[in-house]
Design a protein around this ligand. Structure first.
Ligand code: NI
Length: 183
C-alpha cells in the first residue's frame, strides 16, 4: 500500500477521533455568519447606507428625475418596509406581510413631515441591527427551513435583505447624484 496514503488516511482518522472535524464545521459556520453580517452592513464594495442617507435636504427627499422611478423618500421607506417584513417573517411565525406590492411602498412621493426621513432611517437601522443579531446567534439555524412559510431559511432571508438593500441604495445614489445632492 502507498505509504503516503496510509499517513494521510491516518491523520484523517486521528482528526475524526479528536472531534476536530466538527470544530472545523463550527468555524466555517461562524465565518459564514460573519460574512453575512458584513454583507448586511453594506460596507466594502459599495457606499454605505449611513453616508448615503445623511444630509439629504427635506426639499430633495421627495423629488425624482426621469429614468429613476421613485423619490429618495420612496426608496428609503420601501427599503425599511421590506426589511422589516423579512425580519419579522424570519422570527415570528404569526407575522402577516403587507399586501404586495402597494403595502411595500409609502403612499406619497413626499415625506409627510420634516422629521419623517430621520425616523425612517432610525427604524431601518434598528431593524438591520436585529437582523444582524439573528444571523449572529448560534442558536438560530441558518440552513433549516422555518416551520412556517414554504421552505425559506434564515440564510436565504439574510441574503434577500442584503440584496434588496444594495439594489435600492444604488438607485438612491443614482437619484441623489442626478439631483446634484451627492458628493
Ligand atoms: Ni424592491
Amino acid at each position: 500500500m502507498n505509504g503516503e496514503f496510509v499517513i494521510c488516511h491516518l491523520s484523517l482518522v486521528i482528526r475524526h477521533l479528536n472531534g476536530s472535524a466538527s470544530i472545523d464545521a463550527m468555524d466555517e459556520e461562524r465565518s459564514l455568519r460573519e460574512h453575512l453580517v458584513n454583507l448586511l452592513d453594506m460596507k466594502g464594495a459599495h457606499v454605505d447606507f449611513r453616508r448615503t442617507v445623511s444630509d439629504v435636504p427635506f426639499e430633495v427627499q421627495g423629488r425624482t428625475v426621469e429614468g429613476v422611478p421613485a423619490s429618495a423618500w420612496e426608496q428609503l421607506e420601501h427599503m425599511r418596509i421590506a426589511q422589516w417584513d423579512i425580519l419579522e417573517f424570519s422570527r415570528d411565525p404569526s407575522h402577516e406581510s403587507p399586501k404586495f406590492p402597494d403595502g411595500y411602498w409609502p403612499t406619497s412621493q413626499q415625506p409627510p413631515t420634516a422629521e419623517s426621513w430621520v425616523e425612517s432611517v432610525r427604524a431601518f437601522e434598528a431593524d438591520l441591527e436585529e437582523m444582524k443579531n439573528l444571523v449572529r446567534d448560534p442558536d438560530q439555524d441558518l440552513f433549516k427551513p422555518f416551520p412556517w412559510g414554504n421552505g425559506q431559511t434564515l440564510l436565504r432571508e439574510a441574503l434577500l435583505v442584503a440584496d434588496h438593500n444594495a439594489y435600492h441604495l444604488g438607485q438612491m445614489v443614482t437619484l441623489l447624484r442626478a439631483l446634484g445632492c451627492w458628493g
